[in-house]
Design a binder for this molecule. Structure first.
Ligand code: ACO
Length: 330
């Protein structure tokens, strides 16, 4: 029997503060109706003053460890997928390692935007092939509100904050990761980026005045890329796993826009009960999107052991990727 990477525990955390479409109506020239019709989003959770990435990450991580019945000291590696760390360095994964007291774990951040969680899952799967690693914590967390220009109606309506975490281990059973796929098209880097704050444009008064420390996005181009890539990646992941669309018990898409999700559902002929959707109350929480959507689905509905979960994401980079996970522990 071959070894599989198994999901041992899952947890999430959302900041308490909620930003509604009605509040955004007072901030920019938009309407609840426009936002709901074009995106499906009604409200999103946003951090309060002083609340940061590691505050959300540590809560999600503690819940995932509790669900996995593991002690932080058992962790060999912590990966935090994020595009909005506490600070450029040290990594948020190191900050989290200290907060958890996971002193036996190596720790690093992974930058793949909204695709970060499935990228990190894929990395965890590869590490777990080695005898040196037995338990890996993967966190997807973004505080997108920290890089949002709340005078830009094109972007400020879309995003929210939150964290999701999963603990992975090894098993010789049937459940676990069946296939993964990650990829990138770096030529699309300018479609979603933050111009300043790195070595290209270090922070100056001028970069701040020109609002270069905020996320910039070409929504239409990302939309076209997303619908195409979600279809391609889903097909490839299922083929690799030896499954068809009929075998999917739950589809957990990146929660960017309801219209992108509906187009994928139509193509795969998936009924609503087989799709995890939380963007109506969470918006796009970037690297936190997929694990939070899965965790919230499992709060409401049960998933039998052996259920096939298809996860697919896309994001800045451009990056894309996904995984097929057979749910359960055996
Ligand atoms: N309220 C009212 N009107 C708006 C708003 C708003 N919030 N935003 C844009 N508009 C206007 C535009 O100015 C435009 O007006 P015009 O016709 O007078 O020029 C009109 O609405 C239509 O704009 P479009 O951009 O064509 O609207 P569209 O239907 O494409 O929706 C959206 C825009 C929601 C951004 C969509 O393109 C989208 O969701 N794209 C994907 C974005 C995405 O997924 N980003 C995350 C990537 S993942 C990551 O790594 C973070």
């Amino acid at each position: 029997m071959s070894m599989r990477t198994q999901a041992l525990g899952l947890g999430y955390y959302l900041p308490e503060r909620i930003l509604t479409n009605q509040e955004l109506e007072k901030m920019v020239d938009t309407s609840d109706q426009w936002i709901v019709e074009r995106t499906g989003i009604r409200e999103r959770h946003i951090v309060g003053p002083g609340e940061k990435n590691s505050d959300l990450s540590v809560e999600a991580a503690r819940r995932a460890l509790q669900d996995a019945k593991l002690d932080p000291l058992q962790l060999d590696l912590i990966i935090v997928a994020t595009a909005s760390p506490d600070m450029p360095f040290p990594s948020t994964a190191c900050i989290l390692q200290a907060l958890l007291g996971a002193k036996n774990a190596a720790a690093f951040d992974l930058a793949a935007g909204c695709t970060g969680f499935v990228y990190a899952m894929t990395v965890a799967e590869k590490f777990l092939l080695s005898p040196d690693y037995n338990y890996i914590l993967v966190v997807g967390c973004d505080v997108v509100s920290s890089v949002i220009d709340y005078t830009d109606r094109n972007t400020c309506i879309l995003f929210g904050d939150g964290a999701g975490a999963m603990v992975f281990g090894k098993s010789e059973g049937k459940c676990g990761i069946l296939s993964t796929k990650i990829g990138a098209d770096g030529t699309g880097g300018q479609l979603l980026y933050m111009p300043a704050g790195g070595s290209a444009l270090p922070a100056t008064h001028e970069t701040v005045e020109k609002r270069l420390h905020y996320l910039r996005m070409n929504g239409n181009e990302i939309f076209k890329f997303a619908t195409k890539i979600v279809a391609e990646v889903s097909q490839e992941l299922l083929e690799k796993a030896g499954l068809t669309y009929d075998d999917i018990d739950l589809f957990v898409p990146h929660q960017a826009n309801l219209r992108i999700i509906l187009s994928a559902m139509r193509r795969m002929k998936l009924p609503p009960e087989k799709v995890a959707i939380n963007l109506d109350h969470c918006g796009n929480i970037s690297a936190g999107s997929i694990p939070v959507a899965l965790a919230q689905y499992l709060e409401k509905y049960s998933l039998k052991s052996g259920a096939n979960i298809l996860m697919v994401a896309f994001g800045t980079g451009l990056t894309y990727g996904g995984a097929v996970l057979r749910w359960g522990r055996d």
